[in-house]
Design a protein around this ligand. Structure first.
Ligand SMILES: [Ca+2]
Ligand SMILES: [Ca+2]
Length: 230
């Protein structure tokens, strides 16, 4: 390269003809950097106000129930354990098990010649996947006034069937809590105890010696729905 050529190339950007394009290029660069900075600051501001602008979602549940019944006659002083295999429950597509409700009903009805038998029912904690320690679960009950005993086992965490409004940045996050699998697997064990009570003064032939107990098991299943509150 001769010295003449070197001077020509060095001054190429600064020649009178090339000054305008160079200035335009610089200007474009400055504008682009400014746009990027504004975007960046805008993102920071968006993050700052995120909590107050998180979308709200309406949570609703579709509910279906499965019921099964067992009728058992227990003798005085008898204890019996009934099994209800949850594998026999048909759970519709998209549904999960929410809770299990048990109603224990005596055959006797309180009346002039009846002294109600003492009946107790206990759901026995085992490997059935459920919220055994939830305050909503009611595992034990007893009655001696011919009234039904109501027991309940919360299966899915927090499920109560009630609609709610929740804040979440997107639909998946809003739904996330309701997509768990594996709750309600196992065998429900119900222990029944009967102590027969006979009215005083009834002749021995008319003595009460047993009690027919009807157990109704209702499995509540749900499907969660989420919709954006505009
Ligand atoms: Ca009785
Ligand atoms: Ca009886």
């Amino acid at each position: 390269m001769s010295s003449d050529e070197a001077i020509t190339s060095r001054s190429l950007l600064l020649t009178r003809e090339s000054r305008v394009p160079t200035a335009v290029a610089l200007l474009v660069t400055v504008v682009m950097m400014t746009v990027t900075m504004v975007d960046f600051v805008g993102d920071l501001q968006a993050t700052d106000t995120f909590t107050s602008e998180t979308p709200e979602w309406a949570l609703t549940f579709e509910v279906q129930t499965y019921t099964t019944q067992a009728v058992e006659t227990l003798q005085d002083d008898e204890t019996r354990i009934l099994e209800f295999d949850m594998a026999e429950v048909t759970i519709p597509e998209g549904y999960a098990m929410g809770s299990i409700n048990v109603t224990i009903t005596s055959e006797e009805e309180e009346g002039f010649s009846v002294q109600c038998d003492s009946v107790s029912g206990d759901l026995i904690e085992n490997g059935l996947t459920a919220q055994w320690n939830s305050p909503v679960s009611n595992l034990s009950g007893q009655d001696s006034s011919c009234q039904p005993i109501e027991l309940a086992l919360q299966v899915y965490p927090d499920f109560d069937g009630r609609s709610a409004t929740i804040s979440a940045s997107n639909e998946y996050q809003a739904m996330q809590h309701w997509l768990e699998e594996g709750w309600g697997d196992g065998v429900l064990l119900l222990e029944l105890d009967v102590d027969v009570n006979s009215p005083l003064g009834i002749d021995p032939i008319g003595q009460d010696t047993d009690e027919e107990i009807t157990v109704d098991v209702t499995v509540v299943m749900f499907k969660a729905n989420i919709s954006l509150i505009e």
